[in-house]
Design a protein around this ligand. Structure first.
Ligand SMILES: C[S@@+](CC[C@H](N)C(=O)[O-])C[C@H]1O[C@@H](n2cnc3c(N)ncnc32)[C@H](O)[C@@H]1O
Length: 329
């Protein structure tokens, strides 16, 4: 794509997000370019206030990477553009250095090690140079807001919590309690920092490090239940309890989670695997809940916002969110 066509496509993408920018100052983090949905295949750009994160899903020569990053910086007005190289092979190849995949310094502009952004008035700490994930998955914005609107006086279990996005929204929504579980203590600490930035006092007992499967078993054994349980696993992961593949193991995960959902409570099942259809995903979650001896009623389908995550028929939205009311049979 020549320079003029590239800038036209970027400007069109920017214009499309006008309704989101009008929400400033309550939201200043959103997706600026969503690959084919914005006529820029294999390219996404996430804007975190004045910092852009450019992800490339195909190898480009270094001068092409710079040209693209410069065009993003100039059209968006970002102070810095950070690059994430995500061609499919690089993501799985263990021998690719992290600094190669996600350079610590920006490809263009000034270095910004950390900044705080706003999403629906909620503060999040973003670390643009720290690996492939910088602190917030923007496709979950509408689901986080939905949870916040439902959670007053209720309890939340947020599994695969990462930086505790759902937990932080739950505090804003007046939850009775929000418990976060993640394998990584580092991201839970980040989540605690997010809570502090929002004026809440984190409680260590609500930030549980460890394998979600083990925690779900432990909580079920103790008879602990929650009004809302969020399941947001990565598509693939490896932990002490083995390898998890969402396409294969989601029923097992839903079966492990169903016992900790209070009677009449909700299971919020999320999956980001592009190849998995919504219908197949629903069948897997329902099978898992049934396996646990409980009944499920689908009450809500959610996903990324169509404003900043436009999709095409050959690139449907990756994220699927299904909310089930779970009851004893
Ligand atoms: C897709 S992210 C979750 C995003 C998060 N729910 C949000 O909205 O920001 C996946 C997270 O799952 C964690 N994880 C992966 N496998 C896990 C496991 N078996 N048990 C607990 N956490 C796990 C990773 O450390 C990572 O933080």
């Amino acid at each position: 794509m020549n320079d003029a066509a590239l800038r036209r496509a970027l400007q069109k993408a920017i214009d499309r997000r006008a309704p989101l920018r009008q929400r400033t100052p309550t939201t200043n983090a959103f997706r600026l370019v969503n690959a084919r949905g914005d006529a820029l295949p294999d390219v996404t750009v996430d804007l975190f206030d004045k910092v852009a994160v450019l992800s490339l899903y195909r190898d480009l020569p270094p001068d092409e990477e710079v040209r693209l990053a410069e065009a993003v910086r100039q059209t968006s007005g970002a102070r810095a553009v950070y690059l994430k190289r995500r061609p499919r092979e690089a993501r799985v190849a263990a021998n690719v250095a992290k600094s190669e995949v996600a350079p610590e310094s920006p490809i263009t502009g000034e270095r910004v090690d950390e900044l705080t952004v706003l999403e629906n008035g909620v503060h999040f700490v973003i670390r643009p140079g720290q690996g492939l994930s910088v602190g917030l998955y923007l496709d979950m914005r509408d689901t986080r807001q939905w949870v916040r609107e439902q959670i007053r006086g209720r309890t939340l279990l947020n599994t695969f919590a990462y930086t505790c996005g759902f937990g932080v929204y739950a505090h804003h929504g007046g939850a009775a309690r929000a418990v976060n579980v993640d394998l990584s203590r580092r991201v839970l600490d980040w989540g605690e920092e997010n809570l502090r930035r929002n004026g809440f006092l984190p409680d260590r007992r609500d930030h549980l490090a460890g394998d979600c499967f083990e925690w779900l078993k432990r909580l079920a054994k103790k008879g602990e239940t929650f009004d809302v349980v969020v399941l947001d696993p990565p598509s693939f992961s490896t932990s002490r309890s083995g390898r998890f593949s969402a396409a294969r193991d989601y029923p097992k995960l839903a079966a492990a989670a169903a016992p900790v959902v209070a009677d009449g409570g909700w299971l919020v099942a999320c999956c980001n695997l592009q190849q998995l259809s919504g219908a197949r995903f629903e069948a897997m979650v329902q099978a898992g809940i049934a396996q646990a001896g409980r009944s499920a009623r689908l009450i809500q389908r959610l996903g990324p916002s169509a404003i900043d995550f436009p999709s095409t028929s050959d690139e449907p939205p990756g994220l699927k969110v299904r909310v089930y009311e779970v009851r004893s049979r």
